[in-house]
Design a protein around this ligand. Sequence first.
Ligand code: THU
Length: 153
Amino acid sequence: MRKENLGKNLSQTKSSVRLNVESDKNELYEELYKIALKNMDNAYAKYSGFRVSAALLDEDGNVFNGVNVENSSYGATICAERVAISTAVTDGSRKFIAIAVASSDGEVWPCGICRQVIFEFSENLDVISMDSDGKMKVLKISELLKNGFKLKD
Ligand code: THU
């Protein structure tokens, strides 16, 4: 393939989102949660009917989305949080500040496998959820996964 032809047929399909990480933490996290809520319609929860959406914020303010993607072979289902992490890593991002998780059933916290996957990349990350009264809750991944397992860097 000739180098000068690369990109000739490319165009951007969807714009990505960036937040200002310098802004007030409460505001920042509320906005992140809103992004998760907004994207929940994309969840593919055909079997459980439980839609989950995650919005992951990296150190530079980039936001990566994830939704749960279920499968006829139930065990092949992947959670919203791990989709978001995989998308970010694929895009070259590995240092995360926070992840907001929303569900069609309100307050939700990452499952055990997702806690482990989040912990792999950011031991100090904030996990954001919202209770039924619309009160935002923030917990550190290290609280959700106490004495988490990680091989030395
Ligand atoms: N699910 C998530 O996406 N994230 C979680 O942290 C909890 C569970 C999904 C997986 C499955 O599609 C549905 O919720 C019910 O388990």
